[in-house]
Design a protein around this ligand. Structure first.
Ligand code: NAD
Length: 321
């Protein structure tokens, strides 16, 4: 079995590799070549943790496996990231375990790649202002990946605790972009693209706050009960997702489905846009919303590429089991 330790991963995987792997696997899902198995995600009743498994199989890329892990909200105070995960890959011909890969950095990279794929395919070409809701660990990764898709000139930020926005401001400064803390009203009125990445269980952004033509990437909602966006905004938008089954059960769409303001038939998988089966945005005034719930195949496809890079660079450890 090949082991790729967490500490070597940031030097091996880059945003381009992550983006290409995620874009390709979304297309494979839409073409019926790859599918995710049902997600297990449990509130384990200890340390406020959510823990579970995401898994799947890509018949073309031959990625088979699972990501095990979850979210420990108290970790940051101990100097650890709140997300903790490990990815296991299996040989699709024999079922033998192939690799064990640290999943923390990869989760952030594949999640950022997902919203970045949505911006590439759904945001207006002339988007200039990026609004960030949330300033936790994932947010900096989201910001770096997003700015590669459009010629953004300004970054706006909102977070429940204002002081945490220094994380995003530092990234914006490094990217040479002006950063401003704003109210949600200002953010919605100005931003051409909005990324929401918080752990909230109540709506933050309202339908009336968002201007026409905006693209919204809702990335934080990946569990039953979580919510960042008012259901009326989801119902008003043209909605895309990584996987419909997850969007309606654990994603941002669960609330609009539950209150009857939308149906699953109105949701399009982004893979259909990537593979040219759906035209994506159809007008400059349309609000497009990507509900990125995070699928196991994202982890498996990026991890498969990473294993090849680690073997090539000599960073992979190999053991007999
Ligand atoms: P983090 O703990 O580092 O940061 C959490 C952020 O959410 C902070 O900005 C915090 O201020 C904000 N927040 C928490 N509760 C809030 C509330 N009630 N109202 C408003 N803001 C609130 O977490 P992170 O690593 O940045 O991850 C953020 C979220 O994204 C998590 O919930 C995580 O489960 C989710 N996530 C989703 C995917 C995916 O693929 N969709 C992948 C990774 C993480």
């Amino acid at each position: 079995m090949i082991i790729v330790p967490e500490k070597v991963i940031p030097n091996l995987i880059d945003r381009t590799t992550s983006f290409k792997a995620v874009e390709a696997v979304f297309a494979a899902m839409s073409n019926g070549d790859a599918y995710n198995f049902p997600v297990i995600r449990e509130n384990i009743g200890y340390a406020d943790a959510l823990y579970g498994f995401k898994s799947g199989f890509d018949k073309v890329g031959l990625s088979l496996g699972l990501k095990s892990g979850g979210y420990w909200p108290g970790n940051e105070s101990k100097g650890l990231t709140n997300h903790q995960s490990t990815i296991f890959l299996f040989d699709a011909d024999s079922g033998k375990v192939k690799a064990m890969v640290g999943g923390n950095y990869l989760t952030a990279m594949r999640t950022a790649a997902s919203s970045s794929v949505s911006i590439k395919h759904l945001a207006r070409e002339d988007a200039k202002i990026l609004g960030m809701i949330g300033a936790g660990h994932q947010s900096a990764f989201q910001l770096r990946a997003a700015v590669e898709q459009r010629k953004f000139e300004r970054i706006l930020g909102w977070n429940r605790n204002s002081e945490k926005l220094s994380r995003l401001e530092a990234v914006a400064v490094e990217l040479g972009l002006p950063f401003e803390e704003v109210s949600l009203d200002e953010l919605g009125a100005q931003a051409d693209v909005i990324i929401s990445i918080t752990s909230s269980f109540a709506p933050i952004l309202k339908a009336t706050q968002v201007k026409a033509g905006t693209h919204i990437a809702c990335m934080g909602t990946d569990t039953k009960g979580k919510q960042k966006i008012e259901a009326a905004l989801v119902a008003k938008a043209t909605v895309f997702t990584d996987e419909i089954a997850q969007a309606i059960t654990i994603g941002e769409c669960q609330h609009a489905i539950a209150d009857g303001s939308m149906t699953a038939e109105r949701i399009t998988e982004i893979g259909a846009v990537i593979s040219g089966k759906h035209s994506g945005r159809t007008s400059a005034d349309e609000i497009t919303l990507f509900n990125g719930t995070g699928v196991g195949l994202q982890d498996l496809s990026v991890a498969s590429d990473l294993v090849k890079l680690a073997v090539k660079s000599g960073d992979a450890l190999e053991i007999e089991i």
